[in-house]
Write a protein that binds this ligand. Structure first.
Ligand code: PRP
Ligand code: URA
Length: 207
């Protein structure tokens, strides 16, 4: 089990703008997309390469290419969608699945409503959800993916609470977590502190 904190200056800078309450919906969406691509560099950092013989306009040479790792990007709806466009720019050959769930406002437990995956259970899953709060949504999503036959799953979030990290690492120790920040704690409404508020509402302007 591992948690990777992505502290690249550009990611941290963009995250700070996302946290500001005055950031507009339009800017929020754009920045989250950019961060999705930047974080994708770290999520894919250990992908194996293989040598290929190619010919440049100048000469023949040996160059590197990704050694056939197949990926499926899976956003947890809704907010996970915000990171997908950037990630798909980085991995254009990836397939996409969708898992729909929202948190019950009183119990804070995830309520499941949708699951659709492409063919190929051997693919690596990159699960995206900007907020890892109690960890309930991520744990439920990972459980469903495993029950469906997926074995290689990575969790990409933006902001994580210690409570969510602990729960995901306890229930699914094989799932590596990639995040731009490990925040302080959860508040009484199970929102991440300092966090950035309700990420879905901020992406889609539904506040
Ligand atoms: C948010 C967020 C995660 C979940 C995190 O979704 O996008 O899916 O809460 O909380 P947890 O770790 O405590 O489960 P939300 O319920 O707001 O739904 P939405 O994305 O559709 O707005
Ligand atoms: N979901 C959000 O959108 N934000 C939080 O801080 C926690 C859960």
């Amino acid at each position: 089990m591992a948690i990777h904190i992505i502290n690249h200056p550009m990611v941290q800078h963009k995250l700070t703008i996302l946290r500001k309450k005055e950031t507009s919906t339009r800017e929020f969406r754009e920045l989250l997309k950019e961060i999705g691509m930047l974080m994708g560099y770290d999520v894919t950092r250990d992908f194996p390469l293989q040598d290929v013989e190619i010919e440049t306009p100048v000469c023949k040479t040996t160059a590197k290419q990704i050694a056939g790792r197949k990926v499926v990007v899976v956003p947890i709806l809704r907010a996970g969608l915000g990171m997908v466009d950037g990630l798909m720019m980085l991995i254009p050959s990836a397939r996409m699945g969708h898992i729909g769930m929202y948190r019950d406002e009183t119990t804070h437990e995830p309520v499941f409503y949708y699951y659709k995956m492409p063919k190929g259970r051997e693919r690596m899953v990159i699960l995206t959800d900007p907020m890892l709060a109690t960890g309930g949504s991520a744990c439920d999503a990972v459980r469903r993916l495993k029950e469906d036959g997926y074995k290689n799953i990575r969790m990409m979030c933006l902001v994580a609470a210690p409570e969510g990290v602990k729960r995901l690492q306890t229930e699914h120790p094989d799932v590596d977590i990639y995040t731009a920040s490990l925040d302080q704690c959860l508040n009484e409404d199970a929102y991440i502190v300092p966090g950035l508020g309700d990420c879905g509402d901020r992406i889609f302007g539904t506040k």
